[in-house]
Design a protein around this ligand. Structure first.
Ligand code: PLZ
Length: 459
């Protein structure tokens, strides 16, 4: 089995893969290291690889590499394979669509998959108002289009994003993104008319790990910056992640998002929820906005929408979405038929497999264990997140001073022991867990055991 997987280019993944952590070489092994050397000679160094084990198959909760190692997947390819890698419904839908036709361009001769995905998103996203959808290829492309739509609708130009926010790597989304390294450094000039407001970050707002600044107060703080530095009459859109992803799994204090959304509504500002990382059951709701009953004017989705096929969407109020002139939005591949077929299979799977509930159960299991660890380890400053999007922020004991070195050390040890675990955060000191919702409990528990052992060994 192992040898087959390592040598056969047509290895079969999906949930039937043995659900085990199995290390048969060091990580990365010799075949992966060979491929890494070829990568270095062929691929620009600007495109990095976090854990250079070269994949041959994945599914359930594991990733199998060319050396025959089976690693526990706690990253889902950055929150993408929420329904599981090579999910059988997705794989079948993709194969059937690929056999029928692969592309016509929706702007040339359209097809029903695109319309069906739009109908589904209009139905499933928060709010029962009349909605419209447009499809794109990546999160960044969809965020850019949300801004285009908001500008067209309002006739205003300014856009507000937040401290610690991440929205992509294209020119406009780099401008919206807060962190310089590695996303922006040397890549300017950036798109104009982008302003930044303070986020609600409970762990850091309270100077010592408390809830110092509550949600409504943090919203007033942000709104004051917006009113003084931008002015509502100039402001087209406020773009915010309901739980920040790359910025450190920052969950704003309760009341922050509703207060911001209310202010936007009162001032004719388009409230854009970037649910690229939080969407599609990840947080234990279909969309993270639902947790506080926030209804965004526009919601941006990608990643988990199509089980790994490139697809993204902007969905929102019909009168806003229809503001641009006919033909004003589009792109060659946006809403590609294979990606749409995958998305329909994903939505069916979320419902059929009860994945919203599964995300909540994962959240409880992971949070309970990490909270117990925190009680004995002052370096774990904060355990936060929701559903299957949970992180720990590592600090110097008794302070909120970030410990990026410890975070890197723990992540490296986890990789060596067969866990695909990601880091994030403005200060590089957050370990984040984003397992596929298809991961079995025994692998989650094993992964948490390994992490606990690593934390113990680094004391
Ligand atoms: N908005 C909230 O999380 C992508 C980026 C990884 P694309 N996050 C992972 C990296 O280093 O490039 C993301 C996101 C939020 C937008 C995006 C951008 O989505 O599909 O990568 O363009």
């Amino acid at each position: 089995m192992t040898a087959d997987l390592a040598t056969t280019p047509t290895a079969v993944g999906g949930p039937d893969l043995p659900q085990e952590r199995r290390l048969v070489t060091e990580v990365p092994g010799p075949r992966s290291r060979e491929l890494a050397a070829r990568k270095e000679a062929a691929v620009t160094r600007a495109v990095g690889t976090m854990l250079p084990v070269y994949t041959v198959a994945a599914g359930g909760g594991v990733i199998v590499d060319v050396d025959g190692n089976s690693l526990i997947d706690l990253g889902s390819g950055i929150a993408v394979t929420t329904v599981g890698n090579s999910n059988p419904r997705v794989a079948a839908a993709v194969a059937a669509q690929a056999a029928a036709f692969t592309h016509t361009c929706f702007m040339i001769t359209p097809y029903d998959g695109y319309v069906e995905v739009a109908e589904a998103l209009n139905r499933l996203t928060p709010g029962d108002h009349e909605k419209r959808t447009a499809l794109f290829n990546s999160g960044a492309e969809a965020v850019e289009n949300a801004v285009k739509i908001a500008r067209s609708h309002t006739g205003r130009q300014a856009v507000v994003a937040f401290d610690h926010g991440y929205h992509g790597r294209t020119n406009l989304t780099m401008a919206l993104t807060a962190k310089n390294m590695p996303y922006k450094h040397g890549f300017g000039p950036f798109a104009p008319e982008v302003y930044r407001a303070p986020m609600s970050y409970p762990f850091r707002d309270g100077a010592g790990g408390g809830q110092g600044v509550d949600g409504p107060t943090a919203a007033r703080r942000a709104i004051e910056v917006i009113e003084k530095q931008v002015g509502a009459p100039n402001l087209a859109a406020v773009v915010i992640e309901p739980i920040q992803g790359e910025g450190g799994f920052v969950v704003p204090a309760p009341g922050f998002l509703p207060a911001l959304a209310d202010w936007c509504r009162a001032h004719g500002v388009v409230f854009v929820a970037d649910e690229v990382q939080t969407g599609f059951a990840r947080t234990g709701d279909l969309f993270a906005c639902e947790h506080e009953g926030v209804v965004p004017d526009l919601i941006v989705t990608a990643k988990g929408i199509a089980g790994g096929l490139p697809l993204a969407a902007v969905t929102g109020r019909a009168e806003i979405m229809d503001a641009p002139h006919a033909g004003g939005l589009g792109g060659t591949y946006g809403g590609n038929p294979i990606a749409c077929a995958a998305a329909l299979a994903v939505l069916e799977t979320i419902e059929a497999d009860g994945l919203v509930e599964r995300a909540r159960a994962i959240g409880e299991l992971v949070t309970a264990r990490l909270t117990a660890l925190q009680e004995q380890d002052a370096r774990i400053g904060d355990v936060r997140g929701r559903g299957a999007m949970i992180a720990v922020e590592l600090v110097r004991p008794g302070t909120i001073e970030p410990d990026a070195a410890l975070t890197a050390q723990v992540a490296a040890a986890a990789h060596a022991q067969g866990l695909v675990v990601l880091t994030c955060g403005t200060f590089g000191n957050v370990l984040r867990l984003l397992p596929p919702l298809s991961i079995p409990d025994h692998l989650l528990t094993e992964a948490l055991d390994v992490l606990a052992g690593i934390l113990e060994a680094t004391r």
